[in-house]
Design a binder for this molecule. Structure first.
Ligand SMILES: [Zn+2]
Length: 257
């Protein structure tokens, strides 16, 4: 009985999700009104570094994300004055469900569902209107760990979970990862080779026509790295050196392919 009830509930949720996925896809990429994006900070390890970092974090620290997306949108002919608005929301104390790398399709689906429910519970703080896109940023103390788990952005559910560093000197680099996951929620796909991390030519190159091809100077946002030469790929320090390429612009419907 309990098992049947659980299955019925799961099917009901999946049915609602299928409809809302379609609606979300079109309402977030029609670019006729400002899309509202909320950044929700989380202290990943409950340590003092995360506490201090989040206490000092202001909207100004995140402002280059909005500036980057809006400047790039304008380059591709999006006509409205403010295509996206990025707001800092209050700290969230519940941690997102852990994402196990290398899970099968069912464990991934189950995790996706849990993240959507998590986002629903945690994106309506009192006194704030809920945003359309919810990005939960887990700030990790770099002295505990100098690498962090993979970040994820889901178009189905309009939610992202970003793993970042609780270190002031990393704020601008963190913002590159946040912008990458935001564009995933809008339907952009990765443009790097998952095995080698090499940007994929030409779609993952900011300047595919550059002669000679190397070194590249700018990073395509969904490639995440730029090619210094054919074997060396570097991450950008900030969004200043990042662009949205044509393939990504078509995926998020800034241009029609
Ligand atoms: Zn990605």
């Amino acid at each position: 009985m309990w098992r049947k009830l659980r299955i019925a509930l799961l099917l009901l949720i999946l049915g609602i999700a299928a409809y809302s996925n379609w609606y979300d896809r079109y309402s977030t990429t029609d670019w006729d009104e400002t899309l509202w994006i909320g950044i929700f900070p989380i202290n990943a390890d409950d340590g003092p570094a995360g506490n201090d970092y989040i206490a000092a974090l202001t909207g100004e620290d995140l402002a280059d994300i909005e500036r980057f997306i809006n400047d790039q949108a304008r380059e591709f002919g999006v006509a409205i004055a403010r295509p996206v608005r990025v707001d800092l929301y209050p700290e969230v104390h519940e941690k997102p469900p852990p994402h196990e790398a290398g899970g099968n399709i069912f464990s991934t689906m189950w995790w996706t569902l849990k993240v959507r429910l998590y986002a629903g519970r945690n994106s309506h703080p009192p006194g704030h209107a809920p945003p359309q896109i919810r990005i939960f940023v887990m700030y990790h103390d770099p002295s505990f760990n100098n690498s962090v788990p993979h970040s994820v952005g889901l178009q189905k559910g309009l939610v992202g979970v970003v793993n970042a560093f609780a270190d002031r000197s990393m704020t601008r680099a963190n913002n590159v990862v946040i912008a990458h996951e935001i564009l995933h929620t809008l339907g952009a796909t990765d443009k790097y080779d998952l095995a080698t991390l090499a940007p994929i030519y030409p779609i993952g190159y900011a300047e595919p026509d550059l002669q000679p091809r190397f070194p590249q100077h700018f990073t395509e946002i969904m490639a995440g790295r730029y090619a210094v030469d054919a074997q060396t790929f570097e991450m950008p320090d900030s969004l200043t050196d990042v662009v949205v390429g044509h393939a990504t612009a078509a995926e998020i419907r800034w241009i029609r392919p």
